[in-house]
Unconditional design. Structure first.
Lengths: 460, 91
């Protein structure tokens, strides 16, 4: 009997090694769009063999509940993956982060509740998994509500918030000590989970809509770290490996997002607590509107056109119209390129997915640094629904709240067309001197309609 | 000693993670995140033993809930990532 238990345990752990290797290879293939799909399949295969081999575990005696849970989970997963609009990917990823956190919370809770004579180490890491899992869950739900505009996007702050946060942390430490000393007292379980859930809410509330790419990336990382902590509690290597891969991924993305906004992670997380910076600068010049008809004549003569999309393009669903215009411009002999700022959109890489959906080749999408080195050569730069990421104040106006942030230097192109609904400031609430530059023309109105107008001119 | 051995694994895989993810181009960052969502559903293998074992009723139910949630992550995450990656085309 003991021998056979050892054998299966050996087999299971051996397959886990293979699975971990496949996860790593899967991520490696994600380094290029042409191999990425294969990488994702490899990663899914790794997951599948890990699940199948785990079911051989001799400790598992009843399969009914497992079967029902897996079937129900798969149904929900398939539905979500098929139904979701690409525009709403940030919301879906946010929810998935939260679900991952909740799953780790449940595993850790079950470990504490079902264990006898657990060591202090296991209790401590289970507490960590409970804590991180709960923070990830409630934080992600708030982030999701902000992204889907179910609650206001601007920072939510109230008097004494910092004091409440400090008290909350103290209370969590105390409840952790209680939980580790008396794991059989269920009151402490509820206390830790309740406080951690509250902590997650308090962590995302003071963060504004513009900083959501950072928050999603960070919560993505947390969902991995929660799995990692659960792996420590269950002494499961594969959980630790896979969890830390996700954790590392989220941290790298968080770092990229912060750099792209020229801010530290601490300043993002405490953004709601900082006084609003108002710039005293007066911007010289005037705003010059342009009709779609006149825009057509300039575009018809252009040899090279640069498109700079922002979240406004997604809101107006203008990416398909832009792709159509791209085709016409290319037939007309012009070169068309797209410049993507790292924080354009509401999550890392969001614009790229939307353009890929509209059938724009990834070879025409360029990163900020690449395009900035040759931006003077473009005849026309079309800014669609972007604002802060093309704001030259980041370069020119010391004292501007966004001074020092790396931006796409749209103002250096020969002509700039800005497709915009009105003169409202961007997420950062900063005026944009680009709109007042002599080479800039504003085309007011819905971006999709404007583009369709220009397209009609081309076909006439 | 187990704790130290697990920490070793953690340390090494964090380094591997950093090296791998740094090479993912910006254009694939959204699929990377949804793919990471799917990978974090690995909790399912921990949850299976809890849902099917004899750890008391409460643990069994929590385990089953965890299996359900993690499966949503795994299935939803991989499918939506595949859907996105299928759209990335060359000229």
């Amino acid at each position: 009997m003991l021998d056979s238990i050892l054998d299966t345990s050996l087999l299971i752990n051996f397959v886990y090694v293979i699975s971990a290797t496949l996860f790593i290879f899967g991520l490696k293939l994600l380094s290029h769009p042409s191999t990425a799909r294969k990488g994702n399949l490899l990663s899914a295969l790794a997951m599948l063999i890990a699940i199948v081999v785990t079911l051989l575990d001799k400790q598992i005696i009843s399969f009914e509940l497992i079967l029902v849970s897996i079937l129900a989970g798969s149904a929900v997963g398939v539905y979500a993956a098929k139904k979701i609009e690409m525009t709403s990917m940030p919301e879906l990823v946010s929810l998935f982060n939260g679900i991952g956190g909740l799953a780790s919370l449940a595993v850790a809770w079950a470990t504490i509740a079902g264990g006898v004579n657990l060591s202090t180490f296991v209790l401590f890491v289970s507490f960590l998994a409970l804590l991180i899992g709960a923070i990830t869950f409630s934080g992600s739900v708030v982030a999701w509500a902000k992204l889907s505009e179910r609650m206001i996007g601007r920072p939510v702050v109230f008097k004494g918030q910092a004091v409440v946060n400090v008290l909350l942390i103290v209370a969590i430490v105390v409840s952790a000590i209680l939980l580790i000393q008396q794991p059989e007292v269920t009151t402490w379980h509820y206390l830790v989970i309740g406080l951690a859930l509250l902590m997650g809410v308090m962590f995302v509330l003071p963060i504004g809509g513009a900083d959501m790419p950072v928050v999603i990336s960070l919560l993505n990382s947390y969902s991995g770290l929660a799995a990692c902590a659960a792996g420590f509690a269950l002494e499961n290597n594969l959980l630790i490996v896979a969890g830390s891969l996700v954790g590392a991924s989220g941290i790298i993305l968080t770092n990229i997002m912060c750099k792209a906004m020229n801010r530290s992670l601490v300043s993002v997380l405490t953004s709601g607590f900082q006084p609003v910076v108002t710039s005293e600068m007066v911007i010289e010049g005037e705003v010059k509107p342009l009709s779609a008809d006149d825009a057509f004549y300039v575009l018809e003569a252009a040899q090279s056109v640069l498109v700079i999309p922002g979240y406004g393009m997604a809101v107006a669903q203008a990416q398909h119209a832009m792709k159509e215009l791209q085709g016409l411009l290319e037939d007309n002999g012009a070169e068309v390129a797209y410049a993507i700022h790292p924080v354009a959109g509401r999550m890392p890489g969001h614009m790229n997915v939307l353009l890929a959906e509209a059938d724009v080749s990834y070879e025409q999408l360029f990163e900020m640094d690449e395009i900035n080195s040759r931006i003077e050569g473009f005849d026309v730069a079309i800014v669609i629904g972007a604002n802060d990421v093309v704001n030259p104040a980041a370069r020119e106006m010391k004292g501007s709240p966004i001074y020092g942030m790396p931006v796409i230097n749209a103002d250096l192109a020969k002509n700039v067309f800005v497709l915009k609904r009105g003169m409202a400031a961007g997420f950062a609430g900063v005026d944009n001197p680009l709109f007042f530059k002599p080479n800039c023309r504003m085309i007011f109105g819905d971006a999709k309609e404007t583009l369709n107008n220009i397209i009609r001119q081309f076909s006439d | 000693m187990t704790a130290i051995y697990l920490l070793f694994i953690l340390m090494l895989s964090v380094f591997v993670g950093f090296e791998l993810i740094r090479k993912v181009p910006a254009t694939l960052h959204t699929p990377l995140m949804s793919g990471a969502n799917a990978i974090s559903g690995i909790t399912v293998i921990g949850a299976l033993a809890l849902a099917g074992g004899e750890y008391g009723q409460w643990s069994t139910w929590l385990g089953a809930i965890a299996v359900f949630l993690a499966t949503v992550n795994v299935v939803g995450g991989y499918l939506v990532t595949d859907r996105m990656l299928a759209m990335f085309k060359k000229k």
